[in-house]
Design a protein around this ligand. Sequence first.
Ligand SMILES: N[C@@H](CCC(=O)N[C@@H](CS)C(=O)NCC(=O)O)C(=O)O
Length: 204
Amino acid sequence: MLKLYGYDTINTLKILMLLFETGSDFEFIPINIRTGEQHSPDFRAVNPAGKVPVIWDDGRHQTESNAILLSLAKKASWGLVADPSLQADITTWLFYQASAQGPYFGQIEYWARLAKTPNPAASAHYGAIASRSVEYLNDQLNTKKYLCGDVYTIADIALFPWLRIHKHLGLSLENAENLSRWHEAILARPATEEALTFFDGISS
Ligand SMILES: N[C@@H](CCC(=O)N[C@@H](CS)C(=O)NCC(=O)O)C(=O)O
């Protein structure tokens, strides 16, 4: 059976959203990144980078949440699109998420919530970048229900978790009507609800 090594984090949430959308069976193996379990020799044997999520599937470990989304989506024939140009859009969004949204939103969280010494310049810098990302996504959704058209895909799953916690990051979706609508539509999905409540019963 597929194993998912993870923790209650943005990147693990992506994988749970897909697994619940596809009704897949899996075994969850908690790796407590707050206590440094990701650096234990046992886990380093699973992922030498010391990061979650990781899956064990088809006899191999796979790392990188967006690569995992792509593999699992292909396997389940879910969350992708047939049209090659739309498929290229999905790939573009996965790269955008991993190279822009993830790192920049992560910096906001660090400076706003985790850093011991506040750094207003860093907070303002990353806050401005994230606000531009919100505007960009809002524009992209002007004529589309989801990022790649009418169909909910792994592109939406990849971008959703950081946007879900926009308030926690001090970001507003008030002037981003399309993005708000997209956010609410994803939040209303039963699989999203299952993924979001998954950790309720798990002690770490
Ligand atoms: N690019 C990686 C990022 C993975 C990542 O940063 N995971 C975080 C939790 S969301 C982690 O394991 N942090 C622990 C650490 O860096 O020590 C992915 O998308 O899977």
